[in-house]
Design a protein around this ligand. Structure first.
Ligand SMILES: [Zn+2]
Ligand SMILES: [Zn+2]
Ligand SMILES: [Zn+2]
Ligand SMILES: [Zn+2]
Length: 487
């Protein structure tokens, strides 16, 4: 868990409002950017407000002892404990040797190596290694193998690291003090692991995904709402299923499945003469839930998608899908249905936006379904199957769509950092995370001892849960009437 890697991970995974630019911004920056710069006590400017490298190291709650025994600390309950233990088990499954990889996989790894060198070369690094690779010398192959071995090592331990983050979720946290009342307004922020199948973080992750992809609405609107015309485009759900192979597929099998979904849609649209500028498709992978007739879980992989574009006949998709999957685990089916909505609003814009939201919910909702209904082992299996696999896939106009808001931050000249599609509350990266004390206009600061600590200890210091305090203050504002500031 030591080293730069784990720091970066903790940085990006710590919940919003706690680290990213919020309480972690330098005091000088606070003084400049805060809307009440005069309120900062000058004495506070001398205290260390920035986190140090060691503050990012998560406690090692999951580890193997010398004798090989696994010890797990933290964890909120039995399900989480099971989930962490099972993740550690999966990670135990041996090392892969490069020569054992399939030819296609080897080539894929070579391409990744080349791409990573190119990225580094842009920053002026590894120029010689890139030249070496392009020259195709034997040294180049040696460099590549060394690169691969290092990545493989990381891949192997990454599930254990994930398990450790999970074990820390809601168990570990950080101190935060108010700049104006450091003795009284004392808080702690809980660590949020950000693991897809974490029962605490899962729901938040998916609602964020939904918000992000609703940012596609301006593109959808162009396709389906044409004033004065009957639009030639439909908003439909488009699902693909594969045959149940009786075990969890590997990440590679999931990648292959997604490649086939992509190929199928591309071929079908080509046959219909629909260009990539005329449609958008987004999908998400999922497994079935618990079988109705037994205690077992389903292992059938499927894709739930939302398609917006000209009508595509079901037969065309089905025929291509069957052909593509025939030599693999076979095909099961394709389903395309126009998305229906109840109580259709008369206004076309409102109607179609609601329709898109329903269809998008269909594509994304299944992802959160298992989180609440599965046991720890199942959650770990799902996590392992999707480990390193992209979850949301896009094609056509949805591919590389710019989902960012172009409005200006309400507090400074920078652009809003959120996804587009919202009318107010524009915030740049720095102002996005709230670094205000929930009880007064003061800012939140990191005290001297800001490393991760068990929440139990932080509560013993009579610190208050920051999120809870914010919710309570928010609730009081709501009851205080329309003058209450919703932020
Ligand atoms: Zn979590
Ligand atoms: Zn700003
Ligand atoms: Zn905005
Ligand atoms: Zn305060």
């Amino acid at each position: 868990m030591q080293g730069a890697q784990s720091q970066i991970e903790s940085l990006s995974l710590f919940g919003p409002g706690l680290l990213s630019g919020g309480a972690g911004i330098p005091n000088t920056a606070l003084a400049r950017s805060g809307s009440s710069p005069g309120r900062i006590d000058p004495a506070f400017l001398n205290t260390p407000g920035l986190l140090k490298a060691r503050d990012f190291v998560l406690p090692e709650l999951v580890k193997y002892a010398e004798n090989g025994d696994l010890s797990i600390g933290g964890c909120l309950d039995q399900v989480q404990l099971e989930q962490v233990a099972h993740l550690a088990d999966v990670e135990e499954q041996g090392r892969r040797e490069f020569i054992d990889l399939s030819f296609a996989e080897q080539q894929l790894q070579r391409r990744r190596y080349r791409d990573s060198l190119k990225r580094k070369a842009k920053k002026g690094q590894y120029l010689e290694e890139l030249e070496e690779w392009q020259g195709g010398s034997s040294v180049a192959e040696g460099n590549f193998r060394a690169w691969w071995a290092e990545r493989e090592d990381k891949r192997r331990t990454s599930l254990l690291r994930k398990g450790n983050r999970l074990a820390n979720c809601g168990v570990t946290g950080r101190r935060l003090d108010c700049s104006e009342h450091p003795e009284e307004h004392r808080f702690y922020g809980s660590f949020a692991c950000g693991v897809r199948y974490c029962r605490t973080c899962g729901a938040r992750i998916f609602s964020e995904l939904f918000g992000k992809y609703m940012g596609l609405w301006p593109i959808v609107k162009e396709l389906v709402v044409r004033p004065g015309f009957r639009s030639g485009s439909v908003t439909a759900t488009l699902d693909f299923t594969a045959v149940n192979i009786g075990r969890m597929p590997t990440p590679q099998e999931i990648r292959d499945f997604n490649q086939d979904v992509r190929a199928c849609v591309r071929l079908a649209l080509k046959r219909q003469g629909i260009s990539s500028q005329k449609y958008g498709f987004l999908w998400c992978d999922e497994f079935g839930g618990r079988k109705s007739d037994s205690e077992q879980y389903n292992t059938n992989l499927h894709a739930h998608g939302v398609y917006v574009g000209p009508f595509v006949p079901h037969e065309v998709l089905l025929e291509i899908w069957m052909k593509l999957r025939a030599t693999k685990d076979g095909a099961r089916g394709v389903y395309i249905k126009q998305q229906k909505i109840d109580h259709q609003p008369v206004d076309a814009c409102e109607r179609e936006s609601r329709r898109f939201a329903r269809a998008l919910g269909h594509a994304l909702k299944y992802t959160g379904k298992h989180v609440s209904r599965s046991d720890g082992e199942r959650l770990a299996d799902l996590e392992a199957a999707f480990h390193g696999v992209r979850r949301v896939h896009t094609m056509g106009l949805f591919y590389h769509a710019d989902l960012s808001c172009s409005c200006q931050c309400e507090f400074c000249d920078h652009t809003c950092d959120k996804s587009n599609g919202h009318q107010s509350g524009h915030r740049c990266k720095r102002h996005r995370s709230e670094n205000r004390c929930p009880m007064c206009p003061g800012h939140l600061m990191h005290p001297r001892e800001s490393g991760y600590a068990p929440l139990i200890d932080l509560r013993r210091e009579h610190r208050i849960d920051l999120e809870k305090a914010r919710r309570e203050v928010g609730r009081e504002r709501v009851f205080a009437g329309p003058r209450g500031d919703p932020q």
